[in-house]
Every structure is written in structure tokens, then in C-alpha cells.
Design a binder for this molecule. Structure first.
Ligand code: 5GP
Ligand code: MN
Length: 344
């Protein structure tokens, strides 16, 4: 990130003086990085004497429920008034692991109405809307927001403020967003940071087991069903998709977060360069895209499904039926995979 030192000085300006009321917000369908970076950043801010509340629009998946401090994260869907009060009262709002305020769904309006709070972004997604924030720590070449929080903290206060629990939170964010250290942006600096987290006493096998080996029987059987019966290959095997309907998920006693990660499986087939998953919810179709190499799914998501994200991992939404959405997707894919520089 350019000008990190200068930005840290600006941040210090906001964080010195009288204690502030601070809201730390992460995105809808919060994942390991959203929660991990929020919990660790909240600790840093509390160390500096501020009153800090972490907020998420809806519930985090069960495999994160063990994380220390998560019990104090306010889930707006379950405590809407309280969440709105926190936003109204905030002097500073930090936006972690997303950059488009609309991704806060039910909370977006309240955020937009609070014009007094200073808005600060800490995020690694592409194309932040710069005019929305007073200060941006935006680095799309960072593997995760948690690694960004690590680097900012290193310069802001020093790493002494991180205890073992904060280090665990950051490790969860880094581990989940890098697909257990297998995606892009695996830099020497990242591994030095992980070494720093190990020095804080984190137990990597234990964290790995709590996050990845904590599924219900239903989720594992649903995965089997999805791969056997629901995965469709298209574009001569260069792409694959999965479309899951609500009634199918109910058959397997579906819990929030159970379909997380399914979209990655088709990419383990040698020929597949891009994978998509469509999940029917009662409001809209939630879409996930994954790709490898040069296939840019953030462009695809933005162009066809009003979404975005990263080059190799993006998402979007559709308000059509799942059948219509899939039909649109197949058409878009035929266009996207057609040779031509504007489609890559
Ligand atoms: P996931 O498939 O795990 O839900 O999301 C993959 C990536 O795409 C994440 O980095 C997420 O932030 C981004 N993403 C997911 N849904 C949306 C969306 O509706 N709009 C935008 N701009 N990004 C999204
Ligand atoms: Mn992230």
C-alpha cells in the first residue's frame, strides 16, 4: 500500500485525544476474515482507550462460534435497534473486509444517514469508492484484511497489543482467506507475520481443526449430493456450476454457512477454470464465483450480476428465479469465454 506511514499518522490523529465511540463493521455473511480482522482490530482500539462495538448484518457461520470475543459481536438481524443505536452514536466507523456500503444490506441506510461519524476503510477488495471514506487502508494485493490489520497495528502501536486471542483471530482470517495458504498474495511478509502470530502462542493444528473439522453430518452429506447430482459442466469442461434450491438444502437440515466452500470443489477438476454457485434464499439468489489464473471473475460478477470482489473470488446477487438466473449465467458464460480481449 502506498503512503502507509502517512495514513497511519492521519489515523493517529483520529485516535488520539478523548476516548471515542467506535463501531467496527464487517460484511453480510461474515466469513473468517471479516470476523477475525474485526475482533483483533477491536482489541487494538480498546487498548488505545476507546469504546468499541463490533457489528455484523447477519449471523456468522457456526464454525467461527468458538472465536474468543465473538459473543460480544452484535448481529443486526437479531438485535436491530441496538445495532442502529451503535451506528447513530458512533464518532468513528471502521469498515472491515468490504468496501461497498450497500453490502451491509439492512444496515446500509442507517450508515448513510449517519453523516457525523468519520468513516475509515480497512479492506483488500478491488475498486473502493474513495469518496465514501475519510481515510482508506485499501490494498487489493493483501491476501486478507486480517493481514492488513496486522501491518497497520505493527506501525500504529507495535505488536505488543496482540495477545494470543488476537493472534488467533488474525490467523483465522489469514488461513480462511488464503484457502489454507494456497491462493494468491502469499508474500514473504505474510509468512513473517504468521511467524509473529506463532510467537504469540497460537496452536495452528487446533485452529485448523476447529474451523475445518466442525461440520454437521448434514453438511457433509449435502456436499456429496451436490457433487454427485448438482454439478453441471459447461463450456467444454472449462467451467462448472452448482445451483441449489431451498427445498434441497432443507432436506439436509441446512444451517447458515453450510454451503460455504462448495464453490471451490469444481475447480479441483483439471479442466475447470471457473466455477459458480447459486444458492436460493427467500429474498434473492446468492451467487459465488471462483476462478484460477487469468480468468477474472470480479469483472464477470460486475458485468453480469451487479457484484464484485477479487479477481479469483467474487460474488453477486440475482432477483430472478434460480432457473432464470442460471439461464442468464449460461448465456453470459458463452459470451465471456468467447475469444476476445474485452472479455478477459
Ligand atoms: P463469497 O462467494 O465467499 O460469498 O464471496 C467471494 C468474494 O466476493 C468475497 O470477497 C466477497 O467480498 C465478494 N462478494 C460476494 N458477494 C458480493 C456482492 O454482492 N457484491 C460485491 N461487490 N462483492 C461480493
Ligand atoms: Mn477478506
Amino acid at each position: 500500500m502506498k503512503d502507509l506511514e502517512q495514513k497511519i499518522e492521519t489515523l493517529k490523529g483520529y485516535l488520539t485525544g478523548t476516548p471515542k465511540r467506535i463501531a467496527v463493521l464487517a460484511h453480510t455473511n461474515p466469513d473468517g476474515d471479516a470476523i477475525g480482522s474485526s475482533l483483533a482490530w477491536a482489541k487494538v482500539l480498546r487498548f488505545l482507550g476507546h469504546e468499541v462495538t463490533c457489528l455484523v448484518p447477519n449471523k456468522y457461520p457456526g464454525f467461527l462460534a468458538w472465536m474468543p470475543g465473538i459473543e460480544n459481536v452484535i448481529v443486526a438481524k437479531e438485535a436491530n435497534e441496538l445495532a442502529e443505536q451503535v451506528i447513530d452514536d458512533a464518532d468513528i466507523i471502521f469498515f472491515l473486509d468490504f468496501n461497498q456500503i450497500d453490502r451491509l444490506e439492512n444496515l446500509s441506510r442507517h450508515i448513510k444517514d449517519n453523516t457525523k461519524a468519520v468513516r475509515i476503510l480497512i479492506d483488500h477488495h478491488l475498486n473502493p469508492p474513495t469518496e465514501e471514506y475519510s481515510l482508506l487502508f485499501s490494498d487489493p494485493t493483501s491476501c486478507s484484511t486480517s493481514y492488513l490489520v496486522y501491518r497497520i497495528t505493527e506501525q500504529l502501536t507495535g505488536l505488543e497489543v496482540f495477545d494470543r486471542e488476537a493472534a488467533e483471530s488474525l490467523y483465522v482470517g489469514i488461513m480462511t482467506d488464503t484457502g489454507n495458504f494456497s491462493f494468491s498474495f502469499l508474500t514473504p511478509g505474510l509468512f513473517r507475520a504468521v511467524a509473529g502470530l506463532i510467537e504469540k502462542g497460537i496452536d495452528i493444528p487446533a485452529i485448523n481443526s476447529k474451523v475445518y473439522n466442525s461440520y454437521s453430518e448434514g453438511r457433509v452429506r449435502l456436499l456429496g449430493y451436490v457433487l454427485l447430482n448438482k454439478m453441471r459442466m459447461i463450456e467444454n469442461g472449462r467451467a462448472a456450476y452448482i445451483a441449489l434450491k431451498e427445498n434441497e438444502m432443507r432436506r439436509f437440515d441446512f444451517q447458515v454457512g453450510d454451503s460455504e466452500g462448495f464453490v471451490n470443489y469444481p475447480l479441483s477438476i483439471a479442466s475447470v477454470q471457473m466455477s459458480a454457485m447459486f444458492i436460493e434464499t427467500h429474498k434473492f439468489i446468492r451467487i459465488s464465483f471462483r476462478s484460477r489464473g487469468d480468468v477474472d471473475v470480479s469483472l464477470f460478477a460486475a458485468k453480469y450480476f451487479n457484484g464484485g470482489g477479487h479477481k479469483n473470488a467474487s460474488g453477486g446477487k440475482s432477483y430472478d428465479t434460480i432457473e432464470k438466473t442460471v439461464e442468464r449465467f449460461e448465456k453470459a458464460m458463452a459470451e465471456f469465454f468467447r475469444p476476445g480481449p474485452e472479455n478477459r
